[in-house]
Design a protein around this ligand. Structure first.
Ligand code: C5P
Length: 421
């Protein structure tokens, strides 16, 4: 009887793993194992700083190959020179990638074995940033990462969360298992026409978002509603899902396609939206109220079409107040999600937004000046100021797509900070 062994996803692939200096270097040992168990042949290069965090012996034992340490090591060069090593690699992964190594790769430096191999290699390259959140946010690092992206270098992560230095925020290296799976995905899906994958720092995070208008029936053929297009809520859902979050989108009637990977619940009235919100909220980490909920609905919906009559020039509709969805969620006493609202104002933006933050018991409010030209309603661009109880962050005027990404990242950072305290 013959037995067939299924081929492993990285069988026959040569992976060059570059490890740079940082506390996450200890996780690289596990990463070597994860790559090996998927069938890869793994060779490791340590930067001098990485060798302060993890020993070459550990990585040699796990990879089953000699570990590269120095550009000027005659014995290593004789065994497999740096150009040969660069040619050997089918894929190069730098994990953890420190701010320093990212800067050096971005500028084409070749001042150690790792950066020399990277410069000499034709193989696809991915970096997994790992650093203090402030170093990650630093404009120099962000510019260097943008340079790497423009050189078609993949950027895996980072994730948000607790950091070894005690800070909370973006900058954690993705887990070895996630990185190994991203390498598998690269070989599974890579073709020159496929867009570069976005980093997925929000894996494991659950976010519920309300979007669009609500519609309140007057009679069987008419309704009260508003001009909300739902674009901002959908852009947030798209951004959160692309960054790896599990997203539930509670949507009023809009003309928009469901973003990829998002679970959509369609509702019509404010009361429907409230029911849907209550049924999902406590199962989510973050609840974002982006919907333009009708403030009032008919006290009683007319069972038949209201007729105009020749003798009446006026018609009075009796309306009652709708429930405040976001305030109801923010008032939950158990499993209350981190709750984020929106305020579109035409004047006294800061004052009105902060009043709403307090009166609705929100954690954050995203304030939007809808009177300013070229932003907000019916515009592709927007600028937002996000107020917390003790914080204020301004996101400059930009396209709604990048604004949504920046906003989601900021919201998650604030959520992580809150959890910490
Ligand atoms: O009170 P106002 O409508 O200005 O507040 C805006 C914020 O409150 C938005 O986040 C909106 O989604 C939410 N809201 C709600 N339910 C309502 C009214 C507003 O969730 N009935």
């Amino acid at each position: 009887m013959t037995s067939v062994t299924p081929s492993l996803p990285l069988q026959g692939k040569n992976i060059l793993l570059g490890i740079s200096g940082g506390i996450a270097a200890y996780k690289a040992a596990d990463l070597v194992r994860r790559l090996k168990e998927r069938g890869a042949d793994v060779r490791v290069i340590l930067t001098p700083a990485a060798a302060e965090f993890i020993t070459p012996l550990t990585l040699q034992a796990l990879s089953g190959n000699p570990v590269g340490l120095s550009l000027l090591d005659p014995a290593a060069e004789a065994a497999m020179g740096h150009i040969e090593l660069a040619r050997w690699a089918d894929f190069i992964l730098v994990a953890p990638a420190s701010a320093d190594v990212i800067a050096r790769i971005a500028h084409g430096m070749a001042n150690d074995l790792l950066t020399t191999c990277i410069l000499a290699a034709d193989a696809p390259l991915a970096v997994a940033p790992a650093m203090n959140q402030q170093m990650y946010k630093n404009i120099a690092t962000q510019n260097n990462l943008a340079t790497l992206k423009s050189h078609n270098i993949y950027i895996y992560g980072p994730a948000a969360g607790d950091q070894a230095c005690g800070d909370v925020g973006m900058g954690r290296m993705l887990e070895p298992l996630q990185l190994a799976e991203l390498v598998v995905d690269f070989f599974k899906f890579h073709s020159k026409t496929i867009a570069l994958p976005l980093p997925k720092p929000l894996i494991g995070m659950k976010i519920a978002i309300t979007a669009g208008p609500t519609r309140e029936a007057i009679d069987p053929v008419r309704y009260i509603s508003n001009h909300s297009s739902g674009k901002m809520g959908y852009a947030l859902a798209t951004a959160a899902s692309a960054l790896g979050a599990q997203v539930t989108l509670i949507s009023g009637p809009v003309q928009l396609a469901t973003p990829e990977g998002v679970t959509r619940i369609d509702v019509t009235t404010a009361q429907d939206m409230l029911q849907a919100a209550l049924s999902v909220a406590s199962n989510h980490d973050i609840f974002i109220g982006c919907a333009a909920v009708a403030d009032y609905r008919m006290a009683e919906v007319a069972p038949q079409k209201l007729k105009k009559s020749a003798d009446k020039d006026q018609l009075t509709l009796q309306l009652v107040k709708n429930p405040d969805i976001i305030a109801t969620i923010a008032a939950l006493t158990s499993h209350r999600p981190f709750t984020v609202g929106f305020a579109a104002e035409t004047e006294q933006l800061a004052q009105y937004a902060q009043n709403k933050l307090t009166s609705k018991n929100l954690d954050l409010i995203c304030a939007n000046d809808v009177s300013a030209a070229g932003q907000g309603f019916n515009s592709e661009q927007n600028a937002i100021t996000v107020y917390g109880r003790h914080s204020e962050h301004s996101l400059v005027l930009q396209h709604k797509t990048t604004l949504a990404q920046a906003l989601i990242t900021l919201i998650v950072e604030q959520f992580q900070n809150e959890k910490k305290h």
